[in-house]
Design a protein. Structure first.
Length: 95
């Protein structure tokens, strides 16, 4: 049985036009509250695509998707710190 979560998350990452499209809107509050929420959203997604947790035949797709997710997570954390999390970005940023 195929893990559709990997495909769905990969598609979301590749077509996202904002960090909120991937991780959802952040709660009102200070940066630490926002980062805490962001961390929970990242962990939820990561559990679905972490290569060690998928079937052997899905490892490569999961590995690629996890790298994309991790990169988006790092950029989203910077965006929270810079106050630009809600700003839309061109799709080329995902490539």
């Amino acid at each position: 049985m195929r893990n559709d979560a990997i495909t769905h998350i990969a598609s979301t990452l590749n077509s996202a036009t904002s960090y909120a499209a991937v991780f959802g809107p952040l709660p009102k509050g200070d940066a630490s509250e926002k980062l805490s929420h962001l961390r929970k959203q990242f962990a939820f997604l990561a559990r679905n695509v972490y290569p060690d947790f998928v079937r052997k035949d899905e490892e490569e797709e999961a590995r690629v998707t996890f790298r994309l997710l991790n990169d988006m997570w790092e950029r989203a954390k910077r965006a929270v710190a810079e106050g630009t999390y809600e700003v839309f970005f061109p799709t080329e940023v995902n490539g």
